[in-house]
Ligand binder design. Structure first.
Ligand code: MN
Length: 372
């Protein structure tokens, strides 16, 4: 693969850790109840040995060396960094608040150290919603971060619950997209997944995160926070495929199930308030379907470094048989608009067409992103 390339490539779901959080996660995985979501996943990562696991452990903690070499070798211009799942969401609230703050400060310093190569999403501790809202504000206004990452449920609770609304309110007010990144399903849901390890990337991550997004939609979150923008990885965690049936079934027995009535159809919120990324879904038929179902303006490139292979993700999108203009939107134009990542070489013709930092062609502000 040659570099420079015909495309600016911004990858939007790229994981990292810092030693303090990494060590806390390692201790948690060694001592947590085996029924805890994600405990098996991280126990495996930390205790098993293989070249692939050694590479993942090394690459999570590297921000200045090998990561940039892999980016350069594959023509990837920018990693939008996020603290790897489950973030700080398995820790006691006070520790989680302080570890999130530390990770965000490190993230800001690496972005400053390698100008133009990194952008970043703020880690937060939803266990303490007011502190999380304050941290979103600090990260956007003081550190210049580009949005927020939340790793799906926190202690089995989802962001549509009223106690989390301060987080949604802050994100909407600041125009900060929330990337909802997968993690293993909540314990109440995971039991049937555990046989054969189905609670992980093979199915459970998407089932969990797709459920989370659907709860936000059906809970009326986007009528209360119409400018909120959510991002989902894995080409929308299955939701685009189901839009027809979700719209059809939403009114069925709605009052019996006490579903709030909504201003729009579920599919209309998915198109207005969400964006999706290609993380871990290097498959052209689904990409073409998603372009038709939710529009090329709502899709962004992602690799899921270091869990997925950079070369595969780049080759997939380079070779995908889609319109050239759509490819440019997916590789970088949409990420520049949605996450406020400055265009290469300063504002160009594409930037002048935008309607504000978080603007979208439809004029909607704020977008929530969910993804692993
Ligand atoms: Mn990921």
């Amino acid at each position: 693969m040659s570099y420079p390339s015909p495309y600016r490539r911004i990858a939007t779901e790229e994981a990292f850790s810092v030693p303090e959080v990494y060590q806390a996660l390692r201790e948690w995985a060694a001592t947590a109840d085996p029924a805890e979501p994600d405990r098996d996943f991280w126990d495996f990562v930390f205790t098993q040995d293989s070249p692939g696991l050694r590479r993942v452990r090394r690459q999570l903690l590297d921000l200045d060396g090998e990561r940039l070499e892999v980016m350069d070798a594959n023509g990837v211009d920018v990693h939008l960094l996020s603290l790897t799942a489950p973030g700080v969401q398995t820790f006691p609230a006070a520790a989680a608040v302080s570890l999130a703050r530390l990770a965000n400060d490190r993230l800001a310093s690496v972005i400053a150290r390698h100008r133009g190569r990194f952008a970043g999403l703020a880690a937060v501790a939803p266990q303490d919603p007011p502190a999380a809202a304050a941290e979103i504000s600090r990260c956007v206004t003081e550190l210049g971060l580009n949005g927020v990452v939340i790793n799906s449920h926190t202690g089995g609770e989802y962001l549509d619950e009223e106690r989390f609304w301060p987080i949604l309110e802050a994100a909407e007010a600041l125009g900060a997209p929330i990337y909802i990144h997968p993690r293993s399903p909540a314990a109440s849901m995971a039991a049937a997944f555990r046989k054969y390890g189905l609670e992980t990337g093979i199915w459970g991550f998407a089932a969990e995160t797709g459920l989370h997004a659907l709860r936000l939609i059906c809970g009326g979150v986007f009528d209360r926070f119409p400018g909120l923008r959510i991002v989902l990885g894995h080409l929308g965690e299955g939701l685009p495929y189901w839009l027809y049936r979700i719209d059809y079934m939403h009114p069925v027995r709605a009052s019996y199930h006490q579903r709030p009535s909504l201003s729009l159809k579920p599919s209309e919120y998915l198109k207005r308030n969400f964006a999706i990324t290609t993380s871990g879904m290097n498959w052209a038929p689904v990409l073409r379907f998603c372009i038709e179902a939710v529009g090329a303006d709502n899709i962004m490139f992602a690799i899921d470094y270091p869990y997925q292979v950079t070369e595969d993700a780049v080759r997939f999108l380079d070779e995908a048989e889609i319109p050239e203009g759509d490819k440019r939107k997916i590789y970088h134009v949409n990420a520049e608009r949605i996450f406020g990542i400055p265009p290469a070489g300063g504002p160009g013709p594409e930037a002048t067409a935008l309607c504000g930092r978080w603007g979208s062609p439809g004029g909607v502000r704020g977008r929530l992103v969910l993804t692993f």
